[in-house]
Design a protein around this ligand. Structure first.
Ligand code: GLA
Length: 381
């Protein structure tokens, strides 16, 4: 079978430059990016690849290699919300141009190792890799923050998910051997070393793709906005939930419905857990890091209501294994993956026993990946 590079040459008659962006797993800091909170994700070794060559017109001729599909997009007439993969490309290109980066047409071939719909940011990888390729072909120096923002804007008005900036940011900025600490209010960021010889990071896919994920995600955002406007009656200078303390929340509790109180409680406590986790990670305190993961899962499940029985079962199965420091759902929720911190000597048993227990409890198949913190988007040699 032809390699992607060979297919590119056959289809377009020229060789392509190769660009690649990673998937990501969020270690902690879930559903706080759009509340101006702090997050701690890492880019992972599963990657998406784009082969690209310039065209002299304003068209994108695209081969979605894994799907066996092709499409032609016009940079001057990007269609919105087609419900297909072209929305991610059209949206990113459109928003890069809106940010002042004039693009040229391109031939593109896309292929990916990142499972779609599993919460590992295959879509952010697509946006960021294609955006990086288009910026490079047009001769621009890549501004990684502008690139991440263009991907996020594509999600908002071409795809229809009002996501935060975390996924695109880490896909654009990831560094091998490090987790990325990001303050979503100031956009200050830092890299924290993560030595997987000391503690393995395992991603487990529940195999569940919840149909409501996108609509429920947007609902959570609305709930946060509604809760904020109630809290502002008491604390008028608060502009995001990031600014609200646990003490203030307790003071305002009677003004919020039970469910809004729970949503805010998750956001406020989760931001506290990220700070504690960053400290524990820097100190290689895996017991504490794991305990924070598990507390995060409980909060996401009980207060933020974004888990599902399968994710709860996968976390419970992980926690049964001696040497598992902690486990939680990762990403938006409603299906997708868990992230697990596991002592290296317990890894074999973990990889063997968790899928077995998960199958026993749910009848489902859990795919497992032992992941390494990886580099962000870039051009390959
Ligand atoms: C999705 C979004 C992110 C973030 C997470 C939840 O991955 O794309 O912006 O909100 O959900 O933490």
């Amino acid at each position: 079978m032809a390699t992607p590079a060979e297919t590119f040459r056959q289809q377009f008659g020229v060789g392509g430059r190769c660009f690649s962006a990673p998937g990501r797993v969020n270690l902690i800091g879930e559903h706080v990016d759009y509340n101006a909170g702090i997050v701690l994700p890492m880019a992972i070794g599963l990657r998406l690849w784009v082969w690209a060559s310039p065209r002299s017109d304003r068209q994108l001729h695209v081969i979605a290699h894994d799907l066996g599909e092709t499409d032609v997009l016009d940079l001057d007439a990007p269609g919105r919300r087609t419900g297909t993969w072209r929305d991610y490309l059209a949206g990113t290109a459109f928003h890069l141009e809106a940010a002042g980066f004039r693009l040229t047409g391109a031939n593109l071939l896309i292929t990916s190792d990142i499972p779609t719909g599993a919460g590992l940011s295959s879509s952010a990888a697509l946006e960021v890799a294609v955006g990086f390729a288009l910026l490079t072909l047009a001769g621009h120096t890549v501004d990684r923050l502008a690139l991440a923002r263009a991907g996020q804007a594509a999600e908002h008005d071409f795809v229809g998910t009002r996501c935060g900036l975390m996924d695109q940011f880490v896909v654009a900025h990831g560094r091998a051997g490090h987790a990325v600490w990001l303050d979503c209010r100031s956009l200050a960021f830092d890299f924290i070393p993560l030595d997987t010889n000391q503690c393995a990071v395992v991603v487990a896919d529940s195999g569940v793709k919840h149909q409501l994920a996108a609509s429920e995600y947007n609902t959570r955002r609305q709930e946060c906005e509604a809760a904020l406007s109630v809290l502002q009656r008491l604390f008028p200078d608060r502009t995001t939930l990031r600014d609200v303390t646990e003490a203030e929340l307790a003071q305002a509790a009677g003004m919020l419905s039970d469910s809004l109180l729970q949503r805010v409680r998750h956001v406020v406590t989760e931001i506290g857990r990220v700070t504690a986790f960053a400290q524990a990670l820097r100190a290689s305190d895996w017991t504490q890091s794991g305990a924070l993961l598990t507390a995060s899962h409980r909060s996401l499940s009980e207060d933020y209501a974004v888990s599902c029985p399968e994710l709860d079962a996968l976390v419970a199965a992980a926690r049964e294994i001696p040497g598992c420091y902690g486990a939680r759902l990762t990403g938006g929720g409603f299906g997708g993956c868990t992230v697990n911190l596991v002592a290296p000597e317990a890894l074999d048993a973990f990889l063997r026993e968790v899928p077995r227990a998960y199958a026993q409890h749910t009848g489902g198949t859990a795919r497992m990946w032992v992941v390494q913190p990886a580099a962000g988007v870039g051009e390959m040699d």
